[in-house]
Every structure is written in C-alpha cells, then in structure tokens.
Design a protein around this ligand. Structure first.
Ligand code: NAI
Ligand SMILES: N[C@@H](CC=O)C(=O)O
Ligand code: NA
Length: 432
C-alpha cells in the first residue's frame, strides 16, 4: 500500500469530532478505498482541554490553526471551523498557498470566496473539495459536478437546510411551536453557530449559489440570491396549507435556461402533498437537478449532523488520496460564464397569500379590490376559524391562479400600510 495521506483538522466541534470518529471506526475500509491509510497529524480548535468524546493524544496540537498549513507532516488541511471570513478563510488561503490539499464543509466561505479559493487552488495545483458544504452527507457536489458532467442543467432545486426542514416538519406533525423545535435542532447539532443563518434562508442561499455555479457553469453569485426565511410561518399557515393539499418547505431554486439569465431564490414554498419533496422530513435534504440527457436526478439524504457530514468530508479526503481532483467548480474559474440576473416579475406561478386582518366588514373587499386592480386572479380562499367572542385579528389565506409574479407584487404594494392589515402579508409560491 502507498504512503499514508497525512491530514490536519481545524475545528473539533460537531463535524470535526465526527470526522475523527469516522476515521477511527472505518479506518480499514477507508484505507482500502483510498489506496492508502489516512492519518491525522495535527489538530486545532479553540479549547484544547474540552472533552469531545474522542482521544486527541496521538495528534500534535496547534493553538493557531493557520500553522497547520505550514507543517511538513500535513498533506491535506481540513477546515471544519465555519464563518465566511476570519480564521477559516485565512487557513484556506494559507493551505492552498502552501500547495496543500484543502477540504472544507464551510458553505459560507465557499459562497463568498469560492472563486478566489478555486483560482488559488488552480494556480498552486492544489486540490480543493467541499462536498460537505452542500446538503451534508448527500453526494450532491459529486453528483452534479461529476456524475452529471455530460449534461446541460437548466434547473436545480431542493431542500437545502436541515434545520428549517426539521422545524417545518416537526411543526407539521406535532403542532409544536417554532422556538421549541429550533432549540431541539440546535441540540441535535444541525443548526449553524448563528441559527438565524438557518431560519432566514442564508445557509440555504449559500448552498444554492454554489450548486448554481457548479451546475450551470456560471460565476458564483451569492449576492444575487433572493432570500426569504421561515421565521414568519405560523402553525396556522401549515394547517391552511394542509387543508389545501400542500406542505410548506424551505426550497432553494435556481434556473438558467439555455445559458440565459440566472434566477436564484430561497423561500418557503407550498409543495403539493404528492410531490417527492413533500415527503422529505426532519433534517433530510433533497436536491433535484434536471439534466438534458440524464433527466431528473434526485439526491436525498441527511443534510446535517455529525455522521453524515463527516461521511462527506472523508469522501473528499479519499478522493484526494486517489488523485480524483477536478477543478472545484468542475471547470477552470476562467471558463465560468458571466450571467445577468433574471427579473422575477416575469416568472409565472401560483401563490398562497396570507393576510392577518381585522375581523370587520369591508376588509376582504379591500384585499380583493387590490387583487383586481393588480390583475391577480384568486382561485380559492380559506379563513381561520374564529371563536364567537374573540374580536382579535383573523388569518385569511388565498391561493391565486397562475400569473406573473409582478402582479402579486403590485397587489401587495397597493395594500401596503392598509389599516385593515394587522401585519404585512406573507407571500409563498406554489412549487410547480
Ligand atoms: N453541523 C452540521 O450538521 C454541518 C456543519 N457544516 C459546516 O461545518 C463547519 C463546522 O460546523 P460544526 O462542526 O457544526 O460547528 P461547531 O460549532 O460544532 O464546531 C466548530 C469548531 O471550530 C472551532 N472554532 C470556531 N471558531 C474558532 C476560532 N475562531 N478559532 C479556533 N477555533 C474555532 C470550535 O472550537 C469548534 O471546535 C461549519 O462551516 C458548518 O457550516 C456543514 C454541514 C453540516
Ligand atoms: N445548519 C445546516 C447544517 C448543514 O449544512 C443545516 O441545518 O442544514
Ligand atoms: Na454534500
């Protein structure tokens, strides 16, 4: 067997400790697949003394993680720290700058600095891989970048955030409150260090921007992703969606038809109960890529958590050991196409509109008049049950016929500031 591949691990939290456990438990299988043993030389994290349930005594310790990159006994640096900038980015630059292999699970950093790092990797002829950064344990990066490499891909969409999917599906099945379920997702190790990244759609947007660049061969453009999170969704929305035959899921969706304009959106969608994504629950993720020869490819599996994420990290290390090291975005950075953003106003779809309104005469007439004036056609309406003696606001849901998004935006503009509305309307598209 060839010489061992020596790695350094920065970050020993949920994922880092998972990687150590995986390398220990499956060492023989991994060595067989990699063609050589994978050995940890050195590690770094904030606190050397913390009990992580793994034995670190056999590894050198660096207080300053960037020093891992300069060590002679390290071939590949594995970054499991997190954060788009700061020490993670410094380490990435340092590792690639030293010509070391670089593996990361950090979607925030790849979304913000992926092109710079990929260029550095090319320049230094150093492999860079990031399978764990998108959809955790699912081989989505490999599937799209390598498995579907022969295809033109026009659309990629899916469930890209395990925390949100866990929250929405738990709220759906148990009727529990948003806050309770979020704390549980944090305890289970699914959430980001700052969970607003999860619930406001930022984490899913990081992943979507990466998938779009990889799948469409376009320059990564995180700033272009439209982002709406799930923090405004109530149990009543979930119940109304169910009554209409839908479930609510946070969906990331990108398309770039015929090499044209790029559209990237993360938002809660109403997904028909019969759609494959409707059955995806808990921290599971699912990525759909539509190839012009392969057809619809659906990748599904655990999108977060120590084991699945460690599995993706170690798969990347095995690829480097094998010498399977395509460019990080499947083609050289200079070959990625520049694109313009698509105008969402021209997209056609149906929408669910939720209003919280004062329970008095004339309110519904005002809303429907705004719809009429903007050219929005209403297909159905549903009103939350309201106790006789309760005079508080009520929740009204409407589903529109298919139409241009711009018309719904116009209707919402017409209603802005209306005293009939107790809060701003919530607009969710129906996944077609
Ligand atoms: N937890 C999950 O399910 C998944 C996480 N990821 C990504 O993996 C990376 C790591 O995530 P987790 O293990 O969940 O995070 P974590 O918070 O459990 O662990 C982070 C580790 O980095 C160390 N660290 C953080 N800031 C540091 C600093 N300034 N200096 C030195 N050490 C520092 C911490 O001490 C800890 O050991 C992140 O980029 C995350 O987005 C990706 C997919 C799934
Ligand atoms: N916080 C992320 C972790 C994996 O990427 C999520 O919930 O999906
Ligand atoms: Na993955």
């Amino acid at each position: 067997m060839a010489e061992q591949l020596r790695i350094a691990l920065a970050g020993l939290g949920t994922v880092g400790a998972g990687v150590i456990r995986l390398l220990e438990e499956n060492g023989d299988t991994i060595a067989q697949r990699a063609g050589r043993p994978i050995a940890i030389s050195a590690v770094s994290a904030r606190d050397r003394t913390k009990d992580r349930g793994v034995d670190l005594s056999g590894y050198a310790w660096e207080d300053d993680m960037t020093r891992l990159a300069a060590r002679d006994d390290v071939d590949v640096v594995v970054e499991l720290v997190g954060g788009s900038d700061g020490p993670a980015l410094a380490l990435a630059r340092e590792a690639l700058g030293h010509g070391k292999g670089f593996v990361t699970a950090n979607k925030a950093m790849v979304a913000h600095h992926g092109l710079e790092l990929a260029e550095l990797a090319e320049q230094e002829d150093a492999p860079m891989r990031y399978e764990a950064a998108v959809a955790g344990g699912i081989p989505a990066i490999k599937g799209i970048g390598e498995g579907a490499a022969a295809n033109r891909i026009a659309r990629i969409y899916g469930i890209l955030n395990g925390t949100c999917n866990y929250i929405l599906s738990e709220m759906e099945s148990s009727g529990r409150d948003f806050g309770d379920v979020l704390s549980e997702a944090q305890v289970l190790g699914y959430a980001e260090a700052d969970p607003t990244f999860d619930i406001e759609g930022v984490d899913a947007a990081h992943k979507l921007a990466i998938l779009a660049a990889l799948g469409f061969g376009t320059r990564l453009d995180f700033a272009d992703v439209e982002m709406i999170g799930i923090s405004r969704i109530r149990a009543a929305d979930i119940a109304q969606a169910r009554a209409l035959g839908y479930v609510i899921r946070l969906i990331g969706l990108a398309d770039c038809e015929d090499g044209g304009r790029l559209f990237q959106r993360v938002a809660p969608y109403l997904v028909p109960a019969s759609h494959p994504l409707a059955g995806v629950s808990g921290a599971t993720n699912a990525v759909v890529a539509e190839g012009n020869f392969a057809g619809r490819l659906l990748f599904e599996g655990a999108g977060a958590g120590d084991g699945p994420t460690a599995s993706a990290v170690v798969a990347d290390i095995i690829d480097i050991a094998r010498g399977n090291t395509p460019p990080p975005f499947a083609v050289p950075v200079s070959a990625l196409r520049h694109t313009e953003s698509a105008d969402p106003a021209n997209r056609r779809n149906r929408a669910y509109l939720r209003f919280v309104v004062a329970d008095r005469p004339g309110v519904l007439a005002e809303i429907t008049a705004a719809m009429r004036d903007a050219g929005v056609s209403i297909e159905s309406m549903i009103q939350e049950g309201h106790p006789e003696d309760d005079e508080g606001p009520v929740l009204v849901g409407m589903v529109t016929h298919e139409g241009r998004e711009g018309t719904v935006t116009k209707a919402m503009d017409l209603l802005e500031g209306s005293p009939s509305l107790a809060e701003a309307p919530l607009v969710m598209r129906l996944l077609g």
